[in-house]
Design a protein around this ligand. Structure first.
Ligand SMILES: C[S@@+](CC[C@H](N)C(=O)[O-])C[C@H]1O[C@@H](n2cnc3c(N)ncnc32)[C@H](O)[C@@H]1O
Length: 271
């Protein structure tokens, strides 16, 4: 039976509420609380400086990157539709003595819940698969920006989502690269990406968005693309053969530098 987007999003919200306290333990936030920034050098080179800017972080989860951006001097608002994630984010903000506003909302329904405009709209690391409508997503981003404001995303490359992520030793195409209206239902015993000993009970639905759909949605929303980069490093163990380097990035060493694992895009709202 076809799943409507609203029901799929409700199922996803239950999943994120379930894993938020798990992630508070498994992310290892001690360094962050002590003063580390969790925004990596790659993103800093492409986006910074953020100090003194009004910044909204979409799909902020438990706030680890949100709080890093606040510590680096931005005036930050975090958005997420998972109340349990935001509860953890607020707890961390208090512990770190940082002032951040949080809005509980589906990104696609943000319009009625916020009337502020921002210098920077930021989103990263495991966000697009949860978005059911890429056109509305890009229009929402555009509507949040001040004239001259900048949108920045750092995300896993859609190419990597095609492969069977249970197979070791080979890359086998399992999923279409292209978008399907019906979301993919992940109803298996795959452990959580951050805690390999935890198998979430609430299963998820995800939408695939090829790079062309993402780029075209941003262009159609009136933003001017300033940078689109594809990187041969990843931010988590997305495929079983990936290994973590001393620099903290994950790589598919067996395939050398032949595959893009992440991409970044920066686009400007015209003045
Ligand atoms: C993989 S996490 C983002 C991870 C984050 N970058 C981090 O490093 O912790 C995805 C987040 O998106 C949120 N989310 C998923 N779909 C959403 C939607 N439609 N609107 C708002 N938040 C959503 C989830 O609640 C979750 O907190």
């Amino acid at each position: 039976m076809a799943m409507n987007n609203r029901d799929a999003e409700s199922a996803n919200r239950a999943h994120w509420d379930e894993v938020a306290p798990v992630h508070l333990k498994s992310y290892g936030v001690e360094g962050l609380v002590r003063g580390e920034s969790w925004i990596d050098g790659l993103q800093k080179r492409e986006l910074y400086p953020v100090a003194g800017k009004d910044l909204i972080h979409l799909q902020c989860h438990i706030g680890t990157d949100t709080l890093s951006l606040a510590r680096d001097g931005a005036r930050v608002t975090g958005v997420d539709f998972s109340p349990a994630s935001l509860a953890v984010a607020r707890e961390l903000a208090e512990k770190m003595g940082l002032q951040v506003d949080f809005i509980e909302s589906n990104v696609l329904e943000l319009a009625g819940k916020n009337n502020k405009k921002f210098d920077i709209v930021y989103t990263s690391k495991g966000v697009l698969g949860w978005i059911s409508d890429i056109t509305k997503w890009a229009e929402t981003i555009s509507s949040l920006l001040k004239p001259g404001g900048v949108f920045y995303i750092f995300e896993q490359h859609p190419l990597t989502l095609m492969f069977d992520d249970t197979l070791e030793g080979e890359l086998k195409i399992k999923y279409s690269y292209f978008h399907q209206d019906e979301p993919t239902h992940w109803d298996d015993d795959h452990p959580d990406y951050s805690d390999q000993t935890y198998v979430p009970k609430n299963k998820t639905y995800e939408w695939f968005w090829p790079l062309a759909d993402i780029v075209n949605a941003v262009i159609r929303a009136g933003l001017v693309i300033e940078l689109l980069n594809e990187h041969d490093v990843g931010f988590h163990r997305q495929l079983p053969d990936m290994t973590k380097g001393a620099d903290g990035w994950w790589r598919l060493e067996k395939y050398g530098d032949k595959l893009p694992l992440t991409f970044s895009l920066r686009a400007k709202n015209p003045l």
